[in-house]
Design a protein around this ligand. Structure first.
Ligand SMILES: Nc1ncnc2c1ncn2[C@@H]1O[C@H](COP(=O)(O)OP(=O)(O)OP(=O)(O)O)[C@@H](O)[C@H]1O
Length: 353
């Protein structure tokens, strides 16, 4: 469905300054896949997505989307894809249902077909109660669902979602995802999305592509990335009032567990990487009990995609992101303002810049 080779985008900011936003990305997304593109702010995710959706022209390299070259046949690419950009692309004065009908007409449906399609999407996205409301009166979650409806009005088989749930509270995020996954199954869609939410990428995506400084630094299933590039850990604590020597004894026991490595003693705390924390923790506890070594707690820690990023780059994604786990919706990254322009450009078939 998507194939890029050496995809590159430079922005010339001034005569002396060029931003190398995307530096030679090779990406393959098969029909039916749901792929999440993950990376810190400024990694080049949106720029990549905007090239794939024909909103901007690549500086170099190639991209084929839905079987077509984005540079040579942008108008045909646009007809085959749906795009839900960051921020709310819907106009504020229209009623929600009318907005979808208008979008359908712009995409070439006759008014009757557009009305039917709007009715189907209103139903599919649980917007019936709000369909006659003005867009400006909708909540953030309802607007986002309307955005998805607008992106699907021409029944594309390939949908691009740029940070679909940023700014939504956990309930609305879960609700939006429920709808996206149902629509994906119903329309047999391929989905490429960018997200700041690690848990979303982890649980929803068939494959996770990690981008940093404009390059793909990892590309695999979340399970494989976590297994191969992070791995389980264990953290063992010896009693605070006990002898520090106990921690060294625990460390020696951990060293003996097959696959254990990077054993570190820090006061009463001992950590190690292990192949499988579910078996390593009881093994350690049994061995410690056998030798009379007191253990206050022993915890198995399964890795997150943040651990994968940390291992690959030495940095954590959480430092640079508003992630759902640490941030209130109000603090979440604000939506950018380019989305309405993007949607306008897509439906109007404006040339990419
Ligand atoms: N039109 C532009 N002109 C100049 N620089 C740009 C332009 N668009 C993006 N950039 C720069 O390109 C780099 C990649 O930006 P991009 O928006 O693709 O990152 P991102 O991974 O989507 O980030 P975020 O997670 O914050 O949305 C950044 O350094 C950004 O400042």
């Amino acid at each position: 469905m998507i194939r890029t080779r050496g995809l590159t985008k430079n922005f010339t900011v001034s005569r002396a300054h060029t931003v190398h936003a995307v530096r030679g990305i090779d990406l393959d997304i098969a029909a039916g896949e749901l792929v999440a593109v993950l990376g810190p702010n400024g990694a080049g995710k949106t720029t990549t997505m905007r090239m794939l959706t024909t909103l901007i022209r690549p500086t170099a390299g190639s991209a084929h989307v839905a079987g077509l070259d984005v540079t040579a046949r942008p108008a045909e690419v646009r007809r085959r894809i749906g795009y839900v950009g960051q921020g709310n692309g819907a106009g504020h004065n229209q009623r929600a249902r009318d907005e979808i009908v208008t979008q359908g007409v712009i995409y070439g449906l006759d008014r009757r077909a557009a009305r039917q399609r709007a009715a189907d999407l209103v139903d599919a996205l649980d917007l019936t109660e709000f369909a006659a409301h003005k867009v400006s009166d909708l909540s953030g979650g309802q607007r986002r669902r309307l955005d998805v409806a607008l992106g699907l009005v021409h029944a594309p088989r390939l949908l691009f979602l740029d940070e679909p749930s940023t700014g939504l509270d956990p309930h609305n995020r879960a609700n939006l995802w429920e709808h996206i996954l149902r629509l994906r199954a119903q329309y047999d869609m391929t989905i490429a999305l960018t997200t700041h939410y690690l848990d979303e990428a982890d649980t929803m995506a068939d494959r996770v592509v990690i981008v940093d400084h404009g390059q793909v630094i990892a590309d695999d299933t979340a399970t494989a990335l976590k297994r191969d590039l992070a791995g389980d850990r264990v953290e063992v604590r010896t009693p605070q009032d006990g002898l520090l020597g106990a921690a060294s004894q625990v460390a020696a026991l951990l060293e003996r567990i097959p696959g254990a490595r990077d054993v570190v003693v820090d006061g009463h705390r001992v950590t190690a990487r292990v192949a499988d924390s579910a078996t390593a923790v009881p093994e350690l506890v049994r061995a410690a009990a056998g030798l009379g070594v007191l253990v206050a707690s022993a915890t198995g820690i399964t890795p997150t995609l943040d651990d994968v990023f940390l291992n690959l780059t030495g940095r954590t994604l959480r430092e640079t992101h508003s992630d759902g786990a640490d941030t209130s919706p109000a603090d979440a990254a604000p939506a950018t303002t380019h989305a309405p322009t993007d949607r306008d450009a897509l439906v109007a078939g404006k040339d990419a810049r």
